[in-house]
Design a protein around this ligand. Structure first.
Ligand code: PRX
Length: 651
């Protein structure tokens, strides 16, 4: 964490404060500060009261059972997520309200009302049942951002089959590992997807992945591309989405799920090479996603809301699918890139659909900033009312640019801190109440007991920094790592005792108590808002037959936040060359996915290690970022570092 010390000191001097706009103060969903106090005084009453906003088949008998680190919420409650996202709206006037306005990368449009979505979800639920999927079976979903993706998620929720969505940018191998780990019976994919005009061969990846999966019985394929996808179709195993849906009955009885039944598994990177299957359950997760969506984004009935994430990440799960649909919100669903066919694509869509609320990642804001303000200026952005960011710390410069050039100085910005594991937003302004400071996620939400502690777990007084922890359970918290309860306890609940959640992030609080997130304190990188472990990339490199050893770090990058830098020792007799660098980059992209392609690779005869054999990543980071070297007295062979440093400077 220490290398972040310098910039953060500057951050803590941040004097700019933005008070909520008067209209927002007057009309926001949450206008009374007392809610923080109430939640603190009696958390169970607070959450219980909040859970009344959901529709339950049967209410809970007990709010919380907390046997640290195991939490159960709304015990005895019976609920179905798809009923909350669809049926209750379809019963009301919202039946013909748009649930999703979809735009394909090529410009096609499709509007699905809640009624349409309800019908499609019911039919696909029945189709899955006919394919043999029963309650409790896992379903892996590897799809582009097309309407069938949220339909698939909701159908899984309806029949009680936990889904595991794998981001379409992951490789066949990564997909295979995730299918095997979840032991999925069914895979849902498409014949391909479009990305910057290119076809991404999703079905081919599925075919390659499944070669090593005994568990998969059927593959459902959406026809997105058609002829030019030229896919192989295994008549015994593969079925077309449109075929199975066509003959399916119109209504599927929703499964009454126990509040604690699993809703989904979502893989995320930890500190080892093997991604963790974070498991979320039903009642508590839905409450977290829907409540925070309503409060943080201050969503109103008539709003058009757009979260630009991919559903393959948790942001898409909670803030494209479950939160917004539970609240009956109209959302935009966009298939492609922000810069295709040109760099004003997003802003053209904001104008076209009259988007009121826009939620994206700092890395995207920094890219847009770099492209220049002429692109947003081409469009009327006056419909925007509120802006949000997520995924990584936002630098004050990018915050100010977002505020001025996109929000025209008018829109509050909610910088939202949370994680796959937390299920929903934990630290964020409430737009009608909180004065914001550029670069700070401000305060924990009502009911969230976050703190900053030192090595010994003691609260650090205001003005100081340490580790971010959460000291009380919350409904949308992860319940376990699928198939590895031990790792769950070890990773999150051992560092500061077993009733304190360790988030893995560094954090400082200023004198006013504002939280300033500092990034990860473990070996997890944040590349363009995507989580990747250094170990994952290292093992992909070492998998190459000519690589003897590799060390990977995230180095600071103006747009991506962090970029992957790898230090590689080749096997005896093999020489490094620009071609070898390309080959290794390709190898990693093929093993994990294009998101893991290292930006720079340095060859070195040896890696700097401590006497106990640990790779000195901090030192490598200093070298990759061109900083002066700090203390190297613990190095086993100090000459290694100088050699590396010289090489870097020649680069
Ligand atoms: O380091 C924090 C960073 O993203 C991590 C969580 O990544 P993931 O599980 O992929 O979820 C991303 C979207 C919720 C955190 O440990 N992070 C997320 N939001 C912020 C952030 N860092 C600083 N500020 C944020 N607003």
């Amino acid at each position: 964490m220490s290398e972040s010390d310098k910039p953060i000191e500057a951050l803590l001097q941040e004097e700019r404060v933005f008070t909520p706009p008067v209209e927002c103060e007057k009309s926001a969903n949450i206008r009374d500060r007392a809610v923080y106090e109430q939640a603190k005084k009696d958390p169970e009453a607070f959450w219980s009261n909040a859970a009344e906003s959901l529709e339950w088949f049967k209410k809970w008998d007990q709010v919380l059972d907390w046997k640290p680190p195991l939490a159960k919420w709304f015990i005895g409650g019976k609920i179905n997520v798809s009923v909350n996202c669809l049926d209750r709206h379809v019963r009301s006037w919202r039946r013909n309200k748009a649930a999703f306005i979809w735009e394909g990368e090529k410009g096609e449009e499709r509007v699905l009302t809640f009624g349409d979505l309800f019908r499609e979800v019911n039919k696909f639920s029945n189709a899955m049942k006919k394919l043999g999927v029963v309650k409790g079976d896992r379903v892996t979903i590897y799809m582009p951002m097309i309407p069938e993706l949220p339909i698939a998620l909701l159908a899984c929720a309806r029949i009680g089959a936990p889904h595991s969505v794998v981001f379409g940018g992951f490789s066949a191998e990564s997909l295979r590992d995730r299918i095997n780990d979840a032991d999925s019976k069914l895979v849902i994919t498409a014949d391909g997807s479009y990305r910057r005009g290119q076809i991404v061969p999703l079905k081919q990846n599925v075919d390659a992945a499944i070669e090593g999966c005994a568990c998969v019985e059927k593959v459902v394929v959406v026809k997105r591309i058609g002829e030019s996808a030229s896919i192989n179709f295994d008549e015994k195993r593969d079925v077309w989405w449109h075929d199975v849906v066509e003959s399916a009955p119109k209504y599927c009885e929703p499964e009454p799920m126990d509040s604690e039944d699993p809703l989904f598994i979502l893989y995320t990177s930890g500190t080892t090479a093997k991604p963790k299957g974070i498991l979320h359950t039903t009642g508590g997760y839905l409450l977290g996603a829907s409540l925070t969506h309503k409060w943080v984004f201050d969503v109103k009935e008539e709003d058009v809301y757009w979260c630009s994430a991919d559903i393959g990440w948790v942001t898409g799960h909670s803030y494209i699918v479950y939160g917004p649909l539970a609240n009956g919100t109209t959302g935009i669903l966009y298939e492609g890139s922000p810069d295709w066919p040109d760099k004003d694509r997003w802003w053209g869509m904001v104008e076209k659909y009259g988007v009121n609320i826009f939620y994206t990642a700092p890395t995207a804001i920094r890219a847009v900033m770099k492209w220049g303000e002429a692109y947003p200026e081409k469009h009327d952005l006056s419909s925007l009312r509120l802006l949000g960011t997520v995924g990584e710390p936002i630098n004050p410069e990018a915050w100010m640019w977002y505020h001025e050039k996109i929000g025209k100085g008018r829109c509050p910005i909610v910088d939202t801190w949370w994680q796959t594991e937390t299920g929903s937003i934990m630290i964020s302004p409430l737009p009608g109440l909180t004065s914001t400071k550029p670069g700070s996620a401000t305060f924990p939400l009502p009911g969230i007991d976050a703190d900053v502690v030192d090595e010994a777990g003691k609260t650090v007084p205001l003005g100081g920094g340490g580790y971010l922890v959460i000291k009380s359970p919350w409904p949308s918290m992860a319940r376990t790592i699928y198939g590895n309860a031990e790792r769950y306890e070890e990773t999150y609940w051992k560092r500061f005792g077993n009733n304190v959640y360790f988030a893995g992030d560094g954090c400082k609080r200023d004198k006013d108590g504002y939280f300033w997130l500092l990034g990860r304190v473990d070996d997890v990188m944040n590349i363009s808002g995507h989580r990747l472990s250094t170990m994952e990339v290292e093992s992909a490199l070492v998998d190459h037959q000519q690589v003897a050893e590799a060390a990977v770090i995230g180095k600071q990058d103006d747009v991506k936040g962090e970029a992957i830098a790898a230090f590689v020792t080749l096997k005896e007799g093999i020489n490094g060359s620009p071609e070898k660098i390309d080959e290794l980059k390709k190898h990693v992209a093929q093993k994990i996915g294009p998101i893991a392609r290292p930006e720079s690779i340095y060859f070195t005869a040896e890696l700097p290690k401590t006497r106990s054999g640990k790779i000195m990543r901090r030192l490598l980071r200093d070298i990759a970022e061109g900083r002066a070297l700090g203390d190297t007295t613990t190095l086993a062979d100090a000459s290694v570092v100088n050699q590396l440093k010289n090489q870097y400077e020649e680069d």
